[in-house]
Design a protein around this ligand. Structure first.
Ligand SMILES: Cc1ncc(COP(=O)(O)O)c(C=O)c1O
Length: 326
């Protein structure tokens, strides 16, 4: 597995910590839980997109791009990290956003990630529908612009999490852990795809549990198959079997970005046992599944913390109502 042939820019601080979580483990009453802290990797408040962006922007720069265009929901973490990376690299950043979540109000529409997008100097275009998105895209696109997919999820972006899988398995090996279940939040797909492909290529005997926060399990699995096949192709490898991967969708609740009571409970649990903050859209819903998996697992369980804290502030009124403000 040689990633050195791919152009790459340095954006994050690697390796990210792999932390024990003894008080969370005790509270869950099952297998030891470890936290892989991809939420604390440095640039622009951090998160999982930096690993993908190292490859995506590496290619864009090599192709001579001076502008990056990408898409997402209003509170996209991918957009915020892309904006931060563009600021660092001196690239123009166009964020073409749509309201995909049935949430509104000042916090959701103007705070959280969006205010940070502006601070990083991105041009933020909020579109009402697909037609407006297409029209804005046509306007901002030009010969020296590189377009990144939603969530940075394509074969090339997936390589970021193939690299992460190697990093994580190395850290587990140093602790003498040769089998574990890896729990990964799954949205646009490349994070889980990279972990799934990397662990398979490295012959890891453990399971990967991809926890969908938006799509049905069947759709998420299909995306996983496409992304892993594309990324494997880039590496000159055949499509993986993915026999060690399970995708679930039963913690999504009413929909993408719509809070559930279990999600708030688990945010509080992580905060009060480990001082670790999750987000309501991705890591919170994935951690609801982690709680269930850890309770019955016979091997250690690693939770991939993919970041997203700025999005929490988009949900400030709900958080205040639930946890109090004074
Ligand atoms: C905080 C956070 N966690 C997890 C994910 C899901 O990662 P992926 O889109 O690679 O499936 C995202 C994607 O937007 C995210 O922002």
């Amino acid at each position: 597995m040689d990633l050195s042939a791919f152009p790459r820019v340095a954006l994050g601080s690697w390796p990210t910590p792999l932390d024990d979580a003894p008080r969370l483990t005790a509270a869950l009453g099952g297998a030891p839980v470890l936290l892989k802290r991809d939420d604390v990797n440095g640039l622009g408040a951090g998160g999982n997109k930096l690993r993908k962006l190292e490859f995506l922007l590496g290619r864009a720069l090599e192709d001579g791009a001076d502008t990056i265009i990408t898409f997402g929901a209003l509170q996209t973490n991918h957009g915020r990290q892309t904006a931060a990376a563009c600021a660092k690299l001196g690239l123009r950043c166009e964020l073409v956003l749509t309201a995909r979540v049935p949430m509104s109000g000042d916090s959701y529409e103007h705070s959280g990630n969006i205010v940070l997008d502006h601070m990083f100097g991105a041009n933020v275009h909020v579109c009402a529908d697909a037609d407006e998105t297409a029209a804005v895209y046509e306007k901002v696109n030009h010969a020296k612009a590189a377009t990144l997919p939603i969530g940075g999820s394509n074969g090339l972006g997936t390589l970021g999490y193939v690299a992460a899988a190697a990093e994580l398995l190395g850290q587990l090996g140093e602790r003498g852990i040769d089998n574990a279940t890896l729990v990964v939040p799954d949205g646009s797909g490349a994070t889980a795809a990279g972990i799934a492909l990397g662990t398979e290529l490295l012959g890891w005997p453990g399971e990967v549990r991809a926890v969908s926060v938006s799509h049905t399990a069947a759709d998420a699995l299909q995306t996983l198959e496409i992304l892993t096949t594309d990324a494997a192709g880039l590496l000159g490898e055949p499509a993986p079997r993915l026999a060690h991967v399970t995708v679930t969708d039963d913690t999504v609740g009413p929909g993408y970005g719509v809070p559930t009571p279990e999600m708030w409970d688990v945010l509080k649990l992580f905060a009060e046992t480990e001082g670790v903050l999750l987000d309501p859209v991705y890591t919170g819903k994935a951690a609801v599944k982690l709680r269930e998996i850890a309770a019955t697992s016979e091997v250690p369980v690693v939770f991939l913390h993919t970041g997203g804290l700025p999005g929490f502030y988009g949900y400030a009124p709900e958080a205040v109502a639930r946890f109090g403000s004074a």
